[in-house]
Design a protein. Structure first.
Length: 617
């Protein structure tokens, strides 16, 4: 029987907020998830009351379901609330946001200072004509101003949307051009890897391409003249004296965010997320699944262009202090994030699986160079965390730690499966389904498969962060086609997975990027685990290429120290894949490349590479 890498002691498990919630629900801890999906209305009602949501609950039901149509489910139809009010419950001199730059500059905003800044921004937005439902765009680094702008938008009922300053001009226009923002907050520069990048020219191009703009506000990163159309952030705020923030009561389903899909063709899909759903679901994920407590210090390495930024921001609802960093996690060296843990007493460290792999490949051992005494939880997402990655954290970071591998996505701005601080952690496994999510792995006909068998990951229950819809999709046709057409009655977003005998999950990659030679499907993550065990290989990317009526496997590798890819290494790689996977999945071609394309969150862009190889648009 497989042994866990870590398990909480009985006293540790009993002390978790997950255990306290189970007590309130009146069910045993090990039956809590099943209760949450069998009694969904009671579960979401308890989430509202247990966490003391500020707002008007109303007399109606917590949810109204339409049989066999998840998308038609309504949550808290009579409720009103304000998202920002629930994130700004504290108003004292404890730190709310602590920002750290690559240059070691540190800025702290207390809760009281954050209230003042949000008040000034709220008044400025109102003066610019921003009303509930209007869009406000932010092209900003991961800095305190970005969070304050988001909160000011939410306080008014404006819809917030952000991308990071490393996005190219066309990418920004492709996104913001669709949603027609009234106000743009932007920067003239940012720093990454020790280099400062000036984006003033890009800002001018974006402004010219967005005729909907009434106001442009610049958060200056570098000295220099502002674009003629822009007002400085300081001047925008200084025009309005700080006062009490006014929180507009809004329906549960009022739009809060527009996020963007990372498709490989066509314009990005603009995904609309509701305020009430995100508030409740992120409280479940932060407070229960990650055991975040008031005055904890929570860090996630993210940019404003990744959904984990929105996820991190919701940590304010747990009354945690958010630790912000903008720049390279490897500048000036691979110890950077661990330095931050010790310097700021971080309790939850969130990173990508790629970061963990990179630290392991560099043979770094934070356990010898850092105290990490405050650290209780490490979250990993962005791509599957390998069993070796799990073991590396427990061996070389800290042994008494909850490692929570989480998976969900931009589509729901949250998690489908994730951690459980009251349960054991097994190498290579996500611990289980998130509360309220009835998760299953199904075959091509939609039938559940046995543990250990691979298939499509689906959710068989509605949940409040299903999007309101896509922008410019009035009949919800694209929305239904994207998530509900493949398996009617289930939510499906294209993850290839398996459930384990321990009740956990393993994500094998995107199902639309699965390898399918000879009709046998296999996730790309399995190939990566085999190939990247070779010390001669630092990174790899694999695609399935249509070839002579079948699919052939093409493997791209980055060799250590740019060494030559010789016939001996190619043969050993093929043998390892044949032994560890199957003969059908042995790469037909192995190609050495100097680098591989990834998103900023560490995800390999397999589909984009496949499209280039197959000459697809």
């Amino acid at each position: 029987m497989e042994q866990p890498l870590w398990a909480p002691s009985p006293s540790q498990a009993h002390a978790t907020q997950m255990a306290a919630f189970a007590d309130t629900a009146g069910c045993p801890l090990d039956e809590l998830h099943q209760w949450s999906v069998n009694h969904q209305e009671d579960f979401w009602d308890l989430v509202w009351s247990h966490f003391g949501i500020m707002g008007h609950r109303g007399d109606g039901p917590a949810m109204i379901q339409v049989e066999s149509d998840l998308a038609a489910t309504t949550f808290f139809p009579d409720a009103t609330l304000n998202y920002a009010e629930n994130l700004l419950q504290r108003n004292d001199h404890h730190p709310a946001l602590i920002f750290c730059g690559e240059d070691n500059a540190t800025r702290t905003l207390t809760w009281a200072q954050l209230h003042h800044l949000v008040s000034q921004l709220q008044q400025g937005l109102a003066a610019a004509g921003v009303k509930p439902g209007d869009r406000v765009a932010a092209w900003l680094p991961n800095i305190p101003e970005a969070y304050a702008v988001m909160l000011a938008c939410a306080s008014l009922g404006a819809v917030f949307s952000s991308v990071s300053p490393d996005f190219g001009t066309d990418a920004v226009i492709d996104r913001f051009g669709q949603i027609e923002p009234k106000v743009l907050f932007c920067t003239n520069g940012y720093q990454y890897g020790g280099t400062r990048f000036d984006v003033t020219d890009k800002v001018s191009q974006v402004i010219a391409a967005l005729p909907s703009l009434r106001q442009v506000v610049m958060v200056a990163d570098t000295q220099g003249d502002l674009p003629a159309e822009a007002l400085s952030f300081d001047d925008f705020c200084a025009a309005h004296p700080a006062q009490e923030v006014a929180f507009t009561p809004l329906p549960f389903d009022h739009p809060l965010y527009i996020l963007y899909s990372s498709g490989t063709t066509g314009a990005p899909k603009c995904i609309i997320h509701r305020a009430g759903g995100l508030l409740l679901k992120h409280l479940v994920e932060h407070r229960l699944h990650c055991d975040v407590r008031p005055l904890d210090r929570v860090f996630y390495f993210t940019t404003t262009g990744w959904m984990m930024w929105n996820w991190l921001a919701a940590g304010l609802a747990a009354q945690a202090t958010l630790i912000l960093y903008d720049g390279s996690p490897f500048y000036p060296d691979g110890q950077r994030l661990f330095d931050l843990v010790d310097a700021h007493q971080i309790t939850l460290l969130g990173v990508s699986a790629k970061f963990i792999d990179s630290v392991n490949s560099a043979e770094l051992r934070p356990i010898t160079a850092h105290r990490l005494e405050s650290l209780r939880t490490v979250c990993s997402t962005g791509s599957p965390l390998s069993a070796e990655g799990f073991r590396h954290v427990y061996t070389d970071w800290k042994p008494d730690l909850h490692v929570a591998s989480i998976s969900g996505g931009t589509d729901l701005c949250g998690c489908l499966v994730g951690g459980n601080p009251a349960a054991p952690v097994f190498a290579g496994q996500i611990q289980g389904a998130v509360l309220g999510q009835d998760m299953a792995v199904v075959d091509q006909e939609g039938h559940s498969v046995a543990p250990g068998q691979q298939g499509e990951l689906v959710c068989r229950s509605p949940f409040p962060t299903m999007p309101l819809g896509f922008w410019d999709d009035p009949e919800n046709l694209r929305y239904h086609e994207t998530y509900f057409a493949r398996f009617p009655g289930y939510w499906h977003q294209g993850d290839f997975a398996e459930q384990t005998p321990q009740g956990g999950f393993i994500i094998h990659g995107r199902s639309d990027a699965t390898l399918n030679p000879g009709g046998v499907r296999m996730g790309t993550a399995e190939i990566y685990r085999i190939v990247e065990a070779f010390t001669e290989v630092t990174e790899s990317l694999v695609i399935g290429q249509q070839w002579e009526g079948d699919v052939r496997v093409v493997l791209f590798v980055v060799t250590a120290n740019q060494a030559a890819l010789d016939d001996d290494l190619i043969q050993r790689l093929r043998t390892a894949v044949r032994t560890g996977a199957s003969p059908r999945h042995v790469p037909a071609i192995v190609i050495s490349v100097p680098d591989l394309p990834r998103t900023r969150s560490g995800k390999l862009v397999e589909l984009a590479v496949r499209n280039v190889v197959e000459n697809r648009p």
